[in-house]
Write a protein that binds this ligand. Structure first.
Ligand code: PXG
Length: 296
């Protein structure tokens, strides 16, 4: 086994040992959660959907008026360099930019230089069993942020809304949880988007309900369209989820994972359904063909 402590982390233009990869206690990423991030995957030497991740990264930063000091090309090079240095063909990539070091006030103008971090590591996956048998999830009390507060579209370093929901899920012995929006509609899960299937059709909440525009979600929508599986973005309630024939979650870490029970109600026959299995197979194929290629 390769020693994980020998991992190199990209920090402000340099590759440093994991033990040396440190930021200032005055960094506003730490003091205020002021910053943006992306979670990206590479599969067999292919950085999956890197363009889409970079687009979302720059959009999150734009709203926060955080100027990313590197171009897309430079970020791509830095990501590939970090992967190569760590000899990782299959990896989880965490791209982070914080406002940088400032003083103890909120004012971001006091921060001269954003901090750029790229961590690449091996991925810790959900147990295989959950992909075969499906997840049991619950709805938690913590609601998704309203767009007039921190818009759920922003992948900011301020993830407490989702962390509270995750704590509620974990307290109930569940891996994931549905978050509703302020009006009671299903928005998404703590780190995954949600889909249901009914009458041969796939439905997923539109992003305006309060869901992140997930990249796995977009890939699944594209797969469904190509495969001629009817798919719609539709406002859904818990009632719709309970009475669905199938359900699954999508996310960079989870990929496509079946859901078989929600708030004690069995979904469909209580096992991963045919549309879910088809989407899982097609998604797996896509991850081996779509992305930015690099060689170790
Ligand atoms: N919704 C939220 C709130 C997320 O944070 C997704 C959906 C799925 O989006 P992508 O683009 O990944 O298909 C996310 C994903 C993790 C982890 O380790 C996942 C996310 C953030 C942090 C950690 O599971 N975001």
């Amino acid at each position: 086994m390769r020693n994980n402590n020998r991992l190199k982390v990209y920090l402000n233009g340099k590759l440093v040992d994991k033990s040396e990869a440190k930021v200032s206690v005055f960094d506003h990423g730490l003091l205020y959660g002021d910053g943006v991030f992306e979670g990206i995957r590479s599969y067999e030497g292919l950085v999956f959907k890197l363009k889409e991740h970079l687009d979302r990264f720059f959009e999150s930063a734009k709203t926060l008026m955080l100027k990313i000091p590197l171009s897309r090309e430079e970020l791509t090079e830095a990501i590939v360099l970090t992967l190569k240095t760590n000899r990782l063909k299959d990896a989880y990539i965490r791209l982070v930019t914080t406002r940088g070091e400032g003083d103890l006030g909120l004012d971001p103008r006091k921060c001269d230089r954003p901090t750029i971090i790229i961590i690449t590591d091996r991925i810790v996956l959900y147990p295989r069993k959950l992909y075969r048998e499906g997840l049991e999830i619950i709805t938690v009390p913590t609601q998704r942020n309203i767009p007039a507060a921190v818009d759920p579209q922003i992948k900011s370093l301020n993830y407490l809304n989702n962390i509270l929901a995750k704590i509620e899920a974990v307290n109930a012995g569940k891996e994931e949880a549905i978050m509703l929006n302020h009006a009671g509609y299903v928005a998404e899960c703590t780190g995954d988007n949600i889909f249901i299937a009914k009458g041969g059709e796939l439905l997923t909440p539109p992003t305006y309900v309060g869901a992140l525009r997930g990249i796995t979600r977009m890939a699944v929508i594209a797969i469904a369209r190509r495969e001629k599986i009817p798919i719609r973005e539709e406002v859904i309630t818990r009632h719709n989820v309970f009475n669905a024939e199938e359900s699954f979650l999508t996310g960079t870490a989870a990929e496509v994972i079946p859901v078989v029970k929600v708030d004690g109600r069995m979904i469909g026959k209580g096992k991963p359904g045919p549309l879910t299995l088809r989407i899982m197979r097609e998604f797996h194929k896509l991850t081996r063909t779509d992305g930015v290629r690099y060689r170790l």
